[in-house]
Design a protein around this ligand. Structure first.
Ligand code: GLV
Length: 331
């Protein structure tokens, strides 16, 4: 029997690639930095039974329509907002993702963004590199305190919990907002629930970790930014669509809030010419929340495992739209 065809949309670690090559004929878009062009994706998927996809690839109605043999879409991410899940489900196509294994790594990056923004670490490094350091000065590059401050976490999932655990070590008062209240988490992590308005009013650090859904679209907009304290720092490590970037730009430019640390943007990759990048009080990273060698390798292997199970019509380890092997998978 001939092997099924699999399309892989980016260069992936060798271990993960070899797992697939044993069982399938692989087309791989073997470039790290260049997304697969849409016409090539559509053409290659025409005969494909499986797709190993990545953040930013649009897996939509047109692609499903164009790929009659498709059984499984396996994304190397926890988020799946780039995939039309309803359409996949209608067609009986399983969608796999990689929750859990990236939570601590992403919580590390979120906290690193918070610390680096509060203490202006990138600006401070540039200050030396640019030859500006002439003397010790009492108010030079002064930032905001982290220890003992109030952190407000929007979206208390696994990553949010990881950030809350880190915040506990920094003596922070922890507030959270979530689509439903979590009494166990409140007790375990000494966190208090707030409405979104109260959370943004009371927090020194507003940390966005909610998934991208119709309910969270531009959840932080002009109104919420206007409620924040002048010393507030906004951190986003979830999805760029959760914030109104124009409103954020104005609030930062007019110093109505103090700074922002952003790992995600409405349109990625973000251009260096984007207005946000002209502001000294913006610290930005290119969507690297889960980017450690170990975590990205584990994610690639899990994505391959989900993919191979889907090719064999078996339950995936973590499936978004049908039963999983792991009953703890959150949809
Ligand atoms: C990355 O953003 C992910 O969803 O894993």
């Amino acid at each position: 029997m001939s092997k099924p065809k699999v399309v892989i949309t980016r260069r992936i670690p060798d271990t993960a690639l070899r797992m697939i090559e044993v069982k399938a004929n692989v087309f791989i878009w073997d470039y790290e930095d260049v997304p697969i062009p849409r016409d090539i994706l559509l053409k290659e998927c025409r005969e494909a039974s499986g797709i190993f996809t990545n953040v930013g690839d649009l897996i939509d109605h047109q692609l499903f329509e164009n790929s009659p043999k498709l059984k499984v879409v396996s994304t190397m991410a926890v988020g799946f907002d780039n995939i039309d899940i309803q359409e996949a489900t209608k067609r009986g196509i399983r969608v796999g993702h990689t929750p859990g294994i990236l939570s601590e790594t992403t919580a590390d990056l979120t906290f690193a963004l918070l610390m680096a923004t509060a203490r202006r670490i990138v600006e401070a490094t540039d200050y030396i590199k640019e030859g500006k350091w002439k003397s010790w000065s009492p108010m030079l590059l002064t930032g905001q305190d982290v220890y003992g401050a109030v952190i407000g976490i929007i979206g208390m999932g696994r990553i949010g919990e990881g950030v809350a655990r880190r915040a506990l070590g920094f003596g922070m008062k922890i507030l959270y907002h979530n689509r439903n209240r979590l009494p166990d988490t409140e007790e375990k992590l000494n966190t208090s629930y707030r409405s979104l308005d109260d959370l943004v009013k009371e927090s020194d650090y507003v940390v966005m970790l909610a998934p991208s859904t119709p309910e969270t679209y531009k959840m932080i907009g002009e109104r919420e930014l206007a409620l924040m304290k002048p010393n507030a720092i906004f951190i986003n490590a979830s999805r760029g669509t959760n914030v109104d970037e124009n409103a954020l730009y104005s609030a930062l430019k007019e110093k109505r809030i103090w700074a922002a640390g952003l790992d995600v943007f409405e349109n990625e990759p973000l251009s260096s010419q984007h207005p946000l990048m002209s502001l000294p009080n913006v610290l930005a990273t290119p969507h690297i929340g889960s980017a450690t060698i170990s975590t990205r390798t584990k994610m690639a292997v899990l994505t391959s495992q989900n993919l191979l199970l889907g090719l064999e019509d078996k339950p995936l380890i973590h499936c978004v739209n049908f039963n999983s092997q792991d009953s703890t998978t959150l949809v």
